[in-house]
Write a new protein. Sequence first.
Length: 422
Amino acid sequence: MKNWSLLLAPFGILLSGLGVLYIKTHPQMGTVNPSMLLGISYLPWLAAVMICAIIMQGVLVRRHMDTYLFPLVMLLASVGVVEIARLKPALLVPQLRWLLIAMVLMFFVIRFWNRLRRLVDYPYITGILCVIVLFLPILFGTEIGGSRNWLVLGPFSVQPSEFGKILIVLFLAAYLSDHRKVLALPKRHLLFLQLPPLRFIAPLICIWSIAVLMFVVEKDLGSALLFFGIAVLMTYMATGSRSYVFLALLFMGAAAVICYLGFAHVRVRFDIWLNPWQDPNGMAYQVVQSLFAFGTGGVWGTGFGYGHPGFIPEVHTDFIFAAIAEEMGLIASLMLMACYVMAFWRGICIALSCAQEKELLLAAGCSALLLMQAFIIIAGVTKFLPLTGITLPFISYGGSSMVSGFILLGMLLSLSKERKNV
């Protein structure tokens, strides 16, 4: 009974949040948005999502997997669904549909994990697949929202980098575990750095170079930071060598200076970050409105449905955290960040209980990836980092983001089956 009760919180948020929005959009009760008349069209999808969540929790209990991660992620997804219904009511049904699809795909990852886990035995295949996926937008991509990181396939648009991050974690887990001894016992010295022969760190330099290329060509700073960060972090987790961290930061710093001097859009992005008030109604409009939203929300927020997050363009994707902070305040914002930290902690517990090194690195990489993505986008909308343009995991609107997040979750839950004592 304890395992099932964990779903009460996400279900309570879904039902109460959507119920409040329905009451507030009733013609006799006043409106938040005159065009927002939530009918009953979303109810079948809502019921399907809740039933699927109950079934999935039952699967996890039956298979003796971690039973805390999934309810925690569903809590985040429920907040996202309610917030999207508040911001873009026309996207409520699509978001529920993507959430349902993501849970089904998570089930298939768990069901066929014994076959999928073989990918970590072929690091170069996963590495080549990752490169292909990441280069697709460069060759065939469409620019949406200032970043050329989308593939338009008929009525659907796909963000390949969301699936490339899964492949890069698989590649790094396999490559680093196979070459850990060589990477951890370097034989060459460069100043105060201790490095192995070039052929062993060439794949890592390739990943760093791809991250720079994504920033310059695709204008996708968020994915570039995510790929670069996860490569550095997983390398450090595998080797414990600070030389790789320093070398990576030196490489990225040099690349950033060259890009700043050579590409106009890179200069614009960094100048906006340093001083958004120089163009508050132009290129820096999103950042400025986001800062206003945080200031307006204060500690307790303006109240759900009483803010003005619509002033922020694309608020339902990149800036959904700013909308939450405005209407629900600092307290709710900190609680959401605490949920990501708790999910990371559960993932690290799963990693530390894995018997094999590849599985340990894979679980740690999946956990770090989700936390790092949340940190990068939250840092972007608060001007701690330059604006990045990636989604807040499980909360922002988007099929690619939701599906890739639940695939990572499925991998983590599958690895938890081997745990000793989590």
